[in-house]
Design a binder for this molecule. Structure first.
Ligand SMILES: Nc1nc(=O)c2c([nH]1)NC[C@@H]1CN(c3ccc(C(=O)N[C@@H](CCC(=O)O)C(=O)O)cc3)C=[N+]21
Length: 317
């Protein structure tokens, strides 16, 4: 593992990582505490990946190498970077990665043909179609073509519906990462007012459902929301999933709220004005090193779980 935590403490002979706190200078009219918890995505990701090592080794010893196929259509440089990061993360852990890159002018039928081949390949356990795809492609139709057993990013209608019922094997990776960060830091969700900004099919909508299933009171905001700022100010937990750099302003944040920034705008800029929101939040994810690395770790976890499920089916047969 190439990641080093910031500090360790010894508790009854066990070495445990310490949370990273920062103290910041407060403005005069700011009545907030100075202790801020930086939600360290690299650390959560390292924890998830470490928990996979044994499982990957065990599968490999039985001749099953967990395998993720990523599909990138077009040559968008940042999409290419994310897909490369996913493939590299697989390889570092002993997960096989198949990277399919298709030209920008690929048709829906051609893309579905590629997905069908990967569906039929018994050595492929997970399929990730990188969003967005070029505009001539019917992205929904392409997502639907992924076999439910291999839908490690919860993009199919059935995968989404299972998540809505709280029954998904593989909820979408970024929503699952957001919940994993809250869980890792023991931030309770139940009874909290969670405000999600954004309603996309693989981020805003599924994370709203996941928080609802964890007994939060959820408000999902979007481009047509009136008085957005007033709504965000109600949030004990604020999830930014808009796709606009530094969209969420510091004075939108209720003092003491927990802020999760799922933005990944060009130049590694989040959807949250981090410095301003840090002043009011009690806990916040940075960009980079927040939700992003946990998304990738979650994808790896789902791929290993898909391989384990296949193994179980083979044992039963
Ligand atoms: N079907 C689908 N599923 C996705 O989960 C999906 C997708 N499509 N399309 C694109 C977005 C974007 N995304 C990121 C994942 C990790 C980082 C990440 O780890 N970023 C690093 C920094 C990146 C760098 O160093 O360049 C960080 O935040 O620390 C960012 C962005 C997943 N996405």
């Amino acid at each position: 593992m190439d990641y080093k935590p910031y500090a360790w403490a010894e508790v009854r002979g066990c070495h445990i990582p310490l949370p990273l706190y920062v103290s910041i200078e407060l403005e005069r009219d700011d009545k907030m505490t100075t202790e801020k918890l930086i939600l360290d995505g690299n650390r959560v990701a390292a924890d998830i990946k470490e928990s996979l090592l044994f499982r990957i080794n065990r599968l490999s010893a039985k001749g099953i190498i967990p395998c993720l196929a990523t599909i990138l259509v077009g040559d968008d440089p940042s999409s290419a970077t994310y897909v490369r990061m996913k493939g590299n993360a697989c390889q570092r852990l002993g997960i096989q990665s198949i990277r399919v890159v298709l030209p920008t002018n690929t048709s829906t039928d051609e893309l579905i043909a590629v997905i069908s081949k990967l569906n039929a390949d018994p050595n492929v356990h997970g399929i990730l179609l990188q969003h967005p795809v070029p505009k001539q492609i019917d992205e929904r139709a392409a997502f639907e073509a992924i076999n439910i057993e291999k839908d490690v990013d919860g993009v199919t209608t059935l995968g989404f519906a299972q998540n809505a019922f709280g029954l998904a094997d593989f909820p979408s990776c970024t929503p699952a990462a957001i919940v994993a960060i809250l869980d890792y830091y023991n931030i309770s969700i139940e009874g909290k007012h969670a405000v999600v900004i954004g309603r996309s099919p693989i981020l805003g909508k599924p994370v709203s459902l996941m928080l609802l299933n964890k007994n939060a009171t959820v408000t999902t905001c979007h481009s047509k929301t009136t008085n957005l700022v007033d709504v965000v100010r109600l949030g004990d937990i604020v999830v930014a999933a808009v796709g606009k750099p530094k969209f969420v302003q510091g004075d939108w944040i209720k003092p003491g709220a927990v802020v999760l920034d799922a933005g990944y705008n060009v130049g590694n800029i989040g959807d949250v004005d981090y410095d301003a929101c840090l002043k009011r939040a009690s806990a916040i994810t940075p960009v980079p090193a927040g939700v992003g690395p946990v998304t990738i770790a979650t994808l790896l976890k789902h791929t290993v779980e898909a391989a384990e499920k296949l193994e179980q089916q083979q044992i039963i047969q």
